[in-house]
Design a protein around this ligand. Structure first.
Ligand SMILES: Nc1nc2c(c(=O)[nH]1)N[C@H]1C(S)=C(S)[C@@H](COP(=O)(O)OP(=O)(O)OC[C@H]3O[C@@H](n4cnc5c(N)ncnc54)[C@H](O)[C@@H]3O)O[C@H]1N2
Ligand code: MOO
Length: 400
């Protein structure tokens, strides 16, 4: 059986960036730029007043000035500032010729409708003005290719006129739950039934990492129903199927995937939970779909998602295939491990008195004990073997 590391290496080989495409700015949040962005303008595009007040020449010593014009944001001055005169400007208005500072409105007093008295001490030259091109110039690169776009980056793209941008798009990820025992969460349970908790969890986890979920509902353990749902799912960039990948009589998923042209890369990984994880790839007419058969138990699904799916999605989105960094913390209670598979054990991470990371293993009843995970904010990575770890032992942890 493959180790987690070996399996991750295989996934990384096929999780390659999606083809870049042009998207409207409103859809670009969280994607990575596929091109460097070069400005078509100086920023600001004109010398701009940063205050409501009076545009003056600081060399002019006249205490009172005649107001020859008012310029609002969006307007343009028609006069220049000459000795003994001033132009009233609003924040955002272009500065008139002949002015080299702005006096704040509240530091002045009006003598008449057309005369203003300036303070005894004038501001220094340049005060209250944002000079043309002082942020950047036309022709300058303002955002590099590969940058992940945050809200502030979208503001800059808008400023330089990019209504559409070339990005590596968010992966589309289909989510299919399988199993005769499953009903949707709004339904009451007949004997032997349980509610589908994997789909809402995966859809939300996908949204958290910026992927676009495509919900395919529940497919019964019926070859026809499974095949048709899987065929739809294969149109996405990634297909997540939960359940039906271990060794039971109804575990039909691997066979159907093979029939639909998905090439198996591996089945089973030495880890707990999540051992029956299945991974394959389909290439058809230039479209690649990564297919994860996630073990049905909700905790197994979650751990497999965190370890394998999440880094794949980041790589598809144009970044490196990387797991969130492993951290070191110190056990605050002892922990016992039994078994030949490394275990990802739920824990509560906190801050110790010396500001280091404290790790409290949580009581956990295995891969169907979803409730225990709601109390956890991390996983302890316990290596394979039979041993006991005492309080104070350093352990590897991952944040959830
Ligand atoms: N003979 C063997 N049996 C099992 C093995 C094995 O290696 N040999 N592996 C065990 C492990 S480990 C796991 S994990 C499970 C995984 O099984 P499957 O992926 O085939 O999943 P199912 O059998 O369909 O379901 C397992 C369990 O999870 C529940 N489930 C399924 N889907 C959902 C859902 N959408 N929401 C909530 N719960 C779900 C399902 O009812 C089962 O209880 O196999 C072991 N067996
Ligand atoms: O590996 Mo299974 O996921 O232990 O329950």
């Amino acid at each position: 059986m493959l180790t987690v590391f070996e399996a991750l290496e295989l996934v990384a080989q096929s999780a390659l960036p999606l083809a870049a495409r042009s998207v409207p700015l409103g859809e670009a949040l969280g994607t990575r730029l596929a091109e460097a962005i070069v400005s078509d303008i100086d920023s600001p595009p004109f010398d701009k007043s940063m205050l409501d007040g009076y545009a003056i020449d600081v060399q002019d010593s006249s205490p009172n000035r005649q107001i020859v014009e008012e310029v609002i944001a969006g307007g343009v001055p028609h006069h220049s500032v000459k000795p003994g005169t001033t132009i009233r400007v609003m924040t955002g208005a272009p500065m008139p010729e002949g002015a080299n500072a702005v006096v704040k409105h509240e530091d002045t007093s009006l003598m008449s409708d057309t005369t203003v008295k300036l303070p005894d001490t004038l501001p220094h030259e340049g005060y209250g003005i944002f000079l043309r091109g002082s942020s950047f110039h036309a022709g300058e690169e303002v955002l590099p290719a590969g940058k992940r776009l945050r809200s502030i980056d979208l503001a800059l793209l808008a400023e330089v006129g990019c209504g559409k941008v070339e990005v590596v798009p968010h992966p589309r990820v289909a989510v299919l739950a399988t199993g005769n025992e499953l009903v949707e969460c709004g339904e009451s349970l007949a004997p032997g039934q349980i509610r589908n908790s994997n789909s809402p969890m995966l859809v939300a986890a996908l949204r958290e990492v910026g992927a676009t979920p495509v919900e395919l509902g529940i497919a019964r353990d019926d070859p026809g129903e499974l095949k048709s749902a899987i065929e739809t799912g294969l149109e996405a960039d990634v297909l997540l199927i939960t359940g039906g990948v271990s060794a039971g009589v109804m575990d039909l998923v691997p066979g159907i995937l093979t029939e639909l042209g998905v090439t198996k890369v591996f089945h089973k990984v030495r880890m707990k939970p999540g051992k029956p994880l299945w991974y394959g790839v389909r290439e058809l007419a230039g479209h690649r779909t990564l297919v994860f058969g996630l073990p049905g138990n909700p905790v197994s699904t979650l751990v497999s998602f965190v370890l394998f799916v999440k880094p794949s999605l980041t790589a598809l989105g144009g970044a490196a295939f990387e797991q969130s960094p492993a951290l070191r913390g110190t056990l605050t209670t002892s922990a016992i491990h039994r078994g030949g598979r490394p275990t990802y054990h739920p824990c509560q991470l906190g801050q110790a008195m010396d500001a280091s990371l404290s790790v409290r293993p949580l009581p956990w009843r295995g891969s169907a004990d979803l409730a225990a995970l709601t109390r956890a904010n991390g996983l302890i990575v316990l290596p394979a073997g039979d041993y006991e770890l005492t309080v104070g032992t350093a352990v590897e942890v991952m944040r959830l």
